[in-house]
Write a protein that binds this ligand. Structure first.
Ligand SMILES: Cc1cc2nc3c(=O)[nH]c(=O)nc-3n(C[C@H](O)[C@H](O)[C@H](O)COP(=O)(O)OP(=O)(O)OC[C@H]3O[C@@H](n4cnc5c(N)ncnc54)[C@H](O)[C@@H]3O)c2cc1C
Length: 396
């Protein structure tokens, strides 16, 4: 009895219906879409939306004109309905209504014009209508007699609906934690194995020479299994990074990858040329020279290249090696894997195991490629959830 009274005493008297765990992209969109005073956000950081601010090189790559399930890892049948309900056009229209007109860059990617703060400011303004608790860490969630108990490091809140929007494990310095998976497991959900995604590769001994090229970038095509990722590769002091590498990391588990360092290059152009290889090959000179050292070929003029040397040079079209690993969660933009989407309702994002429990955003086993797909997913899944919660609420 004493324990029972004690428990009651620590339960906050707030009568908010919905508790949203995490104050990131997905939570902020959800909070913006819900009616006034419908929800309480609990965020462990001092401010919500920390990842939005650092995303897309500080300009936040919000979405992409090329939108479809083919740009995501995860169950197509789960992803498609949410994307269809709130696609990139709907997102852009919503942003426009908030007076944010993103700019199109790299042909298909939408970014904030000057700073990611433009997007965060909109969310902060829109989600003001909800209660936002910051510097407060959720420790666990339980459910008794149809009531959820959300225990934080400061209090225990009650709720009749809980939305887990706590993201994945990437970038712990920005607040990432495994709480979403712990809550899911507590309620009987399975977690699809997690791994760092959109992350650089570390290299083995044979590729240590890459590190000497740190800071140099070159356009490549990377083959991982059947997938080809095109774009810039950046040599880094830890190994390899850059957009093409980050994208490739989504499809890599272990084993070899193949890099075409000279995509589309016509080897015929070497014939009869009096220019040196380091000028002829369309790569930064430092990169060409490093490969020439590795291949034991002199930086000679095209005309003097032997047949054997030519075939050695052509291995640069399919340079194959096994990365040692990845840079890990501390540098990964996303977390692959997550809450098994077979156990979550495709239209509402509600758990099929526990009524009133929802999952949105990166905590789910849905991962987008580089290019604005992860924010689009965070927003689309939040929209589905908000749609249902609003309807649900009106009906009650
Ligand atoms: C450096 C970087 C750049 C990126 N750039 C882009 C980009 O340009 N475009 C794109 O589409 N995607 C980008 N991403 C990925 C994108 O940021 C995420 O996929 C997206 O933010 C996921 O949204 P979310 O709301 O699910 O999770 P998050 O945005 O991660 O939000 C989860 C929130 O939950 C909070 N939290 C965690 N545990 C607890 C707890 N126990 N108690 C209370 N709060 C907790 C966290 O502090 C965090 O604020 C980038 C990621 C990084 C790290």
């Amino acid at each position: 009895m004493v324990n029972y009274l004690l428990t009651l005493a620590i339960i906050s008297s707030m009568n908010k219906n919905i508790v949203i765990i995490g104050g990131g992209a997905s939570a902020l969109m959800l909070a913006s879409l819900l009616p006034k005073n419908a929800a309480t956000i609990i965020e462990s950081n001092a401010k919500p939306g920390a990842k939005i601010l650092v995303s897309g090189g500080g300009k936040c790559n919000i979405t992409n004109t090329l939108m479809g399930t083919e740009y995501f890892l995860g169950d197509e049948e789960f992803i498609q309905p949410a994307l269809k309900r709130f696609n990139e056009k709907a997102l852009l229209q919503w942003l426009e209504r908030q007076r944010l007109v993103p700019v199109l860059k790299k042909e298909t990617q939408y970014f904030c014009k000057d700073s990611a703060k433009e997007l965060l400011d909109i969310f902060l303004k829109e989600s003001k209508k909800q209660k936002i608790l910051t510097n407060e860490k959720v420790l666990d969630v339980s459910k008794r007699d149809e009531v959820f108990y959300v225990k934080t490091d400061k209090q225990t809140l009650t709720a009749d609906r809980v939305v887990v929007a706590s993201g994945g494990l990437s970038f712990p310095k920005l607040g990432a934690s495994g709480i979403g998976y712990e809550i899911a497991e507590h309620f009987g959900h399975n977690i699809v194995k997690t791994a760092p995604g959109l992350v650089g590769f570390t290299v083995q001994k044979d590729q240590f020479f890459f590190k000497t090229l740190s800071g140099v970038s070159t356009d490549v095509e990377i083959k991982v299994g059947d997938v080809v990722c095109k774009g810039a590769l950046l040599f880094a002091h830890k190994g390899l990074s850059g957009p093409a590498v980050l994208d490739a990391s989504l499809y890599w588990e272990k084993g070899k990858i193949e890099i075409d360092f000279l995509p589309g290059f016509s080897w015929n152009s070497l014939k009869g040329s009096k220019k040196q290889l380091s000028s002829l090959l369309p790569m930064p000179k430092r990169v060409t020279k490093a490969f020439l050292v590795q291949l034991n070929i002199e930086d000679k003029i095209g005309i003097k290249i032997t047949v054997d040397e030519l075939s050695l040079l052509q291995t640069l079209n399919h340079y194959s090696f096994a990365p040692a690993g990845t840079f890990g969660y501390s540098k990964a933009e996303v977390t692959k894997g997550g809450v098994n989407t077979d156990e979550v309702d495709v239209l509402t994002m509600m758990s099929k195991k526990t009524e009133g429990l929802y999952f949105t955003g990166e905590v789910l086993d849905v991962t987008g490629r580089l290019g604005g797909y992860n924010f689009q997913w965070a927003f689309s899944s939040a929209y589905s959830c908000a749609k249902f919660l609003t309807r649900d609420k009106n009906e009650n």
